[in-house]
Ligand binder design. Structure first.
Ligand code: ADP
Length: 389
């Protein structure tokens, strides 16, 4: 059933149109006509919730004409197509209404049932297509507005992130200088530069010295993180001997290893030149070795090895320590990721080391992986491109 709203003030014309529609009504196109005489009544009908599929309207009505009629009808029901009916003398009005969005116009006196039925069918189809097109355009416009909004939010977040990095960097710098001075002064006290220190005083000063060392470690880790997160961070690439860097890291860690009676074995490849920032790479090895030692009981063994093949050097640091639970393996490279293990209550750390270790490895186009069995130990594997021969 097609619901037709007929707006026609001439009773003769209205009767004729209704007659034509009745004539062509069949099972496919069954027309139901509601007849009103004025635009005001049409608007009321369109807004009272009843269904209207097509509006057939005289172009000149007692309360409105042409474009104004179209505007009023569209305002009431934008999605309903409008066909105007004109006399031969006001065809011009109808043409300009078409330009403003009316679907069609028919000249009275030249209308028959078939013409009317075809015009109605085309108008409904065309309007449906137009409505879909308008919806698509609106959706596209909304999507583009949303994309713009996201883009501006992203820019804002990048800016905020940068100020956060700057803040951490400046704050850590400001904290480091006085903390270093405290270390020197406490050290002078401990070494007796300002007179004899009693055993009780020594004990307290040693505690102060250790706390201060911890504080400096955290400040340095924060600084390193801010430095690596900064957009302008650049590596200084040259050929580095990975074996030498590992040997240096091991030598630096010797006092801790001795204290904990831990042994490091080292299996080396000859082909050990990586194209890298040697200072940054040294920090990676320092961190992996230090973790291997601090998360292992006294007396355990740490195995370090380098292997090279197919343009890649593979470095492994394996310990016999507490290990990492399977569900925590994906977390340990995140910022501030201290995960619980049997030793975490006694071992100190900031949870930043592995974050910047991975960052450095990523900047070198390398990879870092970890395998671990709780209670048995962990193995960290770093792969880096070898320097070109
Ligand atoms: P932290 O300063 O806490 O050592 P890291 O970023 O170096 O920070 O390490 C993150 C977490 O990963 C540690 O808190 C620890 O739980 C775990 N972890 C790192 N290395 C090892 C290891 N060799 N053995 C066991 N757990 C480790």
């Amino acid at each position: 059933m097609v619901e037709v709203l007929l707006v026609e003030d001439n009773p003769g014309d209205a009767r004729l149109i209704a007659e034509h529609l009745r004539e062509t009504s069949d099972l496919v196109n069954d027309y139901h006509v509601t007849h009103v005489e004025r635009v005001d009544d049409a608007v009321r009908k369109l807004t009272d919730g009843s269904r209207v599929d097509i509006i057939l309207s005289d172009i000149s009505l007692p309360d409105s004409a042409g474009e104004d009629t179209l505007i009023a009808l569209n305002r009431a029901a934008k999605e309903v197509p409008v066909i105007f009916m004109t006399g031969t003398n006001d065809e011009g009005l109808a043409v300009s209404a078409i330009h403003k969005g009316a679907q069609d116009y028919l000249v009275k006196g030249r209308i028959d049932g078939e013409i009317l039925a075809r015009a109605i069918q085309y108008a409904i189809e065309r309007k449906k297509f137009q409505n879909q097109l308008n919806e698509a355009v609106t959706r596209a416009r909304l999507a583009s507005q949303r994309a713009e909004l996201l883009d501006s939010q992203k820019r804002q977040l990048i800016k905020l992130n940068r100020s956060k990095d700057d803040f951490i960097s400046i704050a850590s710098h400001q904290l480091r200088t006085p903390a270093t001075a405290v270390k020197q002064y406490v050290g002078m006290f401990l070494e007796g530069y300002v007179g004899e220190v009693s055993p009780d005083q020594q004990e307290i000063l040693k505690k102060a010295y250790k706390s201060n060392e911890r504080q400096l470690t955290v400040i340095n880790e924060l600084l390193k993180t801010a430095q690596l997160d900064a957009a302008d961070f650049r590596l200084e690439m040259r050929n580095c001997s990975v074996n030498e860097l590992l040997a240096e890291s091991k030598a630096d860690l010797a006092p801790m290893l001795k204290l904990r009676e831990q042994r490091v074995t080292f299996q080396k490849t000859d082909d050990d030149l990586a194209l890298a920032d040697c200072d940054e790479l040294r920090l990676v090895f320092d961190n992996l070795l230090e973790n291997a030692s601090k998360y292992s009981e006294n007396g355990k063994r740490i195995r370090v090895s380098t292997m090279s093949a197919k343009g890649i050097i593979k470095i492994t640091v394996a310990d016999q320590g507490v290990g990492i639970k399977q569900e925590d393996l994906g977390l340990i490279f995140d910022k501030f990721s201290r995960v619980d293990n049997a030793m975490s209550s006694t071992v100190e750390g900031s949870g930043l080391g592995l974050y910047w270790v991975k960052r450095i490895v990523d900047l070198h186009d390398g990879t870092i992986d970890v395998e671990s069995t709780p209670g048995k130990g962990s193995k960290f594997t770093v792969c880096l491109p070898l320097a070109q021969a």
